[in-house]
Design a protein around this ligand. Structure first.
Ligand code: CAA
Length: 421
């Protein structure tokens, strides 16, 4: 498995392949043997985080000038896929540090970048992203957490929900309402640190999947931080920063989904070769072969969409929103189907907790929900294609109006004029 090389690997650079190989080694040596344990106990795997730090993987996406690996979104996705093949929870445990630090990379002041990024890159400090609230999930603009912006300090009051990595994290990018009277400049992101006065971690959720990474509530009660903690040094641009961050992070969720699907399929293929029924391995049956072929094809299609969207982001392409949403949408729906099919191939054993495959299905489910539900991704994609239809105006000439009898069929039915004598 370690030496497996695909024809499409030729599209990856040496550096891409080196990051992936490093991630694969940590995944096989450290993550896979412990995945079932941390799933059962639902505790943060500090030993796995230490192994990720020791391997230099923690800052892959952070530029070298801030102490990172100098890789891009594609490198991040390659690492996330490898980790998720062994454990989907570890995939997000890692990727959420990118989600939490992308706002800094995209919009932080130079001082903010120099202060926070080197410690994030080394893994000494972990990150989280605080956007969702009890009453504001898909409607990211509908937040209620308030930030009063003073000359020297910010005062934050409110609560956040579904903060992945909360509690383990040291740095939180928290989205707040800084101007409730404005429609377009309502939100601001604030950098919150563990230990800030008035900031507390609340309830830790008991989850279906990704159980090794905590998902918590955050509480702010007159939380006072210096004014220079406002992201980018100016209020009112929080919504755009949140959306730009999600554009960059969604291929990572898609890579997590591809990893879960590939991990489950790898186990299923091995099982189908070994499991004997009717006097032969079940991999000899055409219906099983058909399932395996479809699973593998769907994974490959999703993987290439992930890589293409990541490359577009790395190249600084404009209007990547649609493609990032498409990668997330397609890969995560695919992962739910493929991991469910993998359980099916294991039959009754697949449904049991002491077999490794049902965990992939549980871990895959959240990828359809977080960082924007797949219903939100469909809104994003549909809005984009409808907007771009302006460039297709020339096709109108080929589409007859409903009361205009000029289709080929209408013309064929039209009475033929009598021939002139
Ligand atoms: N990049 C830059 N700007 C953007 C943008 C983007 N991708 N998307 C929108 N904007 C801008 C728009 O141009 C617009 O700007 P103007 O006001 O200047 O015209 C403004 O933002 C408002 O845009 P919309 O009208 O499209 O906003 P909307 O209210 O209709 O919302 C939405 C659109 C797509 C539904 C958005 O709210 C959304 O993505 N919701 C999902 C939120 C989400 O993903 N939450 C997950 C949180 S993270 C998580 O899961 C937790 C975790 O820990 C893993």
């Amino acid at each position: 498995m370690a030496g497996r090389r695909w024809p499409l690997d030729e599209l990856l650079t040496e550096t891409n392949r080196a990051w992936r190989a490093r991630a694969r080694e940590v995944a096989e040596k450290v993550v896979r043997p412990k995945a079932a344990h941390y799933d059962r106990v639902q505790e943060y795997p500090w030993e796995i985080k230490d192994a990720l730090c020791a391997s230099g993987l923690m800052g892959v996406w952070i530029p070298a000038e801030y102490g990172g690996g100098g890789g891009g979104v594609l490198d991040l996705c390659l690492v996330v896929e490898e980790l998720s093949k062994a454990c989907g929870g570890v995939g997000v445990l890692y990727a959420v540090n990118a989600l939490g630090s992308f706002p800094l990379l995209l919009a932080g002041t130079e001082e903010q970048k120099r202060h926070y990024l080197p410690e994030i890159a080394s893994g000494r400090r972990l990150c989280a992203f605080g956007l969702s609230e009890r009453g504001a999930g898909s409607d990211a603009g509908g937040l209620a957490t308030r930030c009063e912006v003073g000359a020297s300090e910010l005062i934050i009051n409110g609560d956040k929900k579904w903060t992945t990595n909360g509690g383990a994290a040291d740095i939180y990018t928290v989205f707040t309402v800084s101007d409730p009277t404005s429609m377009s400049r309502r939100l601001s992101a604030v950098l919150i640190e563990k230990g800030d006065p008035g900031f507390a971690i609340g309830r830790t959720e008991d989850k279906m999947g990704i159980r090794c990474v905590p998902v918590v509530e955050l509480h702010f009660r007159d939380c006072r931080v210096p004014a220079d903690r406002i992201l980018g040094g100016r209020p009112g641009v929080g919504f755009k920063h949140a959306m730009m961050t999600l554009d960059r992070a969604r291929p990572g969720v898609a890579a997590q989904a591809v990893g879960c699907a590939q991990g489950a399929t790898d186990l299923a293929v091995v099982y189908c070769n070994q499991r004997q029924q009717f006097g032969q391995p079940i991999s000899g049956f055409q219906m099983v072969q058909g399932m395996l072929a479809d699973m593998s094809t769907q994974i490959e299609a999703a993987r290439q969409l992930v890589h293409a969207s990541a490359r577009a982001l790395d190249l600084g392409a404009k209007d990547v929103t649609r493609m990032a949403a498409q990668a997330k949408l397609f890969a995560t729906d695919m992962a739910m189907k493929v991991t469910t099919d993998a359980v099916q191939l294991f039959g009754g054993y697949g449904y049991m907790r002491d077999y490794p495959v049902e965990k992939y299905m549980r871990d895959a489910k959240i990828t359809q929900i977080y960082e924007g539900t797949n219903q939100v991704q469909r809104i994003v994609v549909a809005r984009s294609i409808i907007k771009q239809a302006a460039s297709l105006e020339h096709l109108k000439a080929y589409i007859p109006l409903p009361d205009h009898p000029n289709t080929l069929a209408d013309r064929a039915r039209a009475p033929v004029a009598p021939a002139q004598a």
